[in-house]
Ligand binder design. Structure first.
Ligand SMILES: Cc1cc2nc3c(=O)[nH]c(=O)nc-3n(C[C@H](O)[C@H](O)[C@H](O)COP(=O)(O)OP(=O)(O)OC[C@H]3O[C@@H](n4cnc5c(N)ncnc54)[C@H](O)[C@@H]3O)c2cc1C
Length: 364
């Protein structure tokens, strides 16, 4: 039986484990913490992929449906509505999901289907043992051997270094927060809100975590305010978002283009393989889609080398496209000089144009 070692313990790791629920393989997951803060948007492609991947219809019980996408410009404590788009008018199902519930759903589903060995440690290196087998060295000097390693250890992980050598990583500041303010919950029911401001853009939407409703907030400072010392004070002074307890953090993505995401039976998956800016809310959705595609390959191909080749070629192609769209979208969200022109353009977007754009991002 093939020994598969998954490094990492978050969305990618449990999505990848789900790809093997119908196979006779021995899986070990090694990682010491997972990323369960707040929520993420689940677009129709991600939602459908999640159902296919888990073969479990209970997915509908962990998501919250978003019907309206509202775009505003918010300056000097005044909100101006630019555009409202209703997903249901185009038969598009859009959702939010708490990260904790999403990962726990995947974990439960995997464990209901296959036996899995979990190791609560960190990996420090990948080497080739005397027998030629791959081995992973853990932080307490233990060696664990495997036939196949799947790197789900994020942008700064060791598997990326093993497969690609040194990569150039871009780091950008982001603020995140959650709130259960009753008034806001009432106002923002089923609504995904995007607010442009002079300082950057805000995204907010409700989600459910363990039967309680919250709002997830993300603020990405524009170029002028990235790493500015004043930005937290500015955030506190903006009345619409003043009550939120902002957590300061970073998101990372790769600058260089890579041609492959596998080497010597080590496959990169999720952020470890390909990451781009979060403006399309697609990085996580693509992780689920990719896992569903990997599941298809695993169940319909005999050789792992062929699986990795097909997986690498087809997923990289799509990610390159998304990366460039996300970059353009991010730049237009963060515009300072032509903000009025941007706002005018957005307010003139037709519903059909927006629907076509979403479909291109989700399905092309
Ligand atoms: C602001 C923001 C908003 C986003 N919103 C959305 C959204 O709405 N929709 C969407 O689809 N996506 C969204 N994303 C993207 C999505 O959150 C990420 O792509 C996803 O969480 C990445 O998952 P991952 O498992 O690949 O990596 P990570 O979450 O980074 O997990 C990596 C794991 O590997 C472990 N690890 C690292 N090194 C080692 C080691 N040496 N040994 C063992 N374990 C190790 C870590 O502890 C961690 O558990 C957003 C991202 C950001 C930054």
């Amino acid at each position: 039986m093939k020994k598969i070692l998954i490094i990492g313990n978050s969305l990618s790791a449990w999505s990848v484990a789900s790809a093997f629920i119908n196979k006779k393989v021995k899986i070990t997951i090694i990682g010491n913490k997972n990323n369960t803060f707040g929520a993420q948007q689940l677009s129709p492609n991600g939602f459908e992929a999640l159902k296919k991947l888990t073969q479990n219809d209970d997915v509908k019980n962990i998501v919250y449906e978003i019907i309206k996408f509202q775009i505003n410009s918010y300056n000097n404590n005044e909100t101006r509505n630019l555009k409202n788009f209703y997903f249901n008018e185009f038969d598009l199902k859009y959702f939010s999901a708490s990260r904790e519930m999403l990962i726990n759903f995947l974990i439960k589903n995997v464990k209901n289907n296959i036996q899995i060995n979990e190791i609560n440690k960190s990996c420090v290196d990948i080497i080739h043992g005397e027998s030629g087998k791959l081995e992973v060295l853990t932080d307490d000097n233990e060696y664990i051997s495997a036939d196949i390693i799947i790197g789900c250890d994020g942008v700064n992980g060791i598997t990326r270094k093993y497969v690609c050598g040194t990569t150039s990583i871009v780091k950008k500041q982001v603020f995140r927060g959650t709130s259960n303010d009753k008034k806001q919950l009432l106002l923002k029911q089923k609504t995904l809100e995007l607010n442009f401001s002079n300082y950057g853009h805000f995204v907010s939407y409700p989600f459910i975590n363990n039967n309680k409703r919250y709002i997830n907030y993300v603020f990405i400072p524009n170029r002028l305010f990235q790493n500015s010392n004043e930005i937290l004070d500015i955030l506190k002074s903006i009345s619409k978002f003043a009550s939120i307890n902002w957590n300061d953090g970073y998101f990372y993505f790769y600058e260089d283009e890579i041609q492959t995401i596998h080497k010597n039976n080590v496959l990169l998956f999720g952020d470890a393989g390909f990451s781009f800016e979060p403006h399309l809310a697609q990085v996580g959705n693509n992780i689920i889609e990719d896992a569903s595609y990997l599941k298809f390959l695993v169940e319909n191909t005999n050789s792992y080398n062929e699986i990795f080749e097909n997986f690498s070629r087809n997923t990289c192609k799509k990610k390159r496209k998304l990366k460039s769209i996300s970059n353009i979208v991010g730049n237009s969200f963060g515009i300072n000089t032509f903000a009025k022109l941007r706002d005018k353009l957005v307010s003139n977007f037709s519903d059909q144009l927006m629907c076509n754009f979403f479909k291109k991002v989700w399905y092309d």
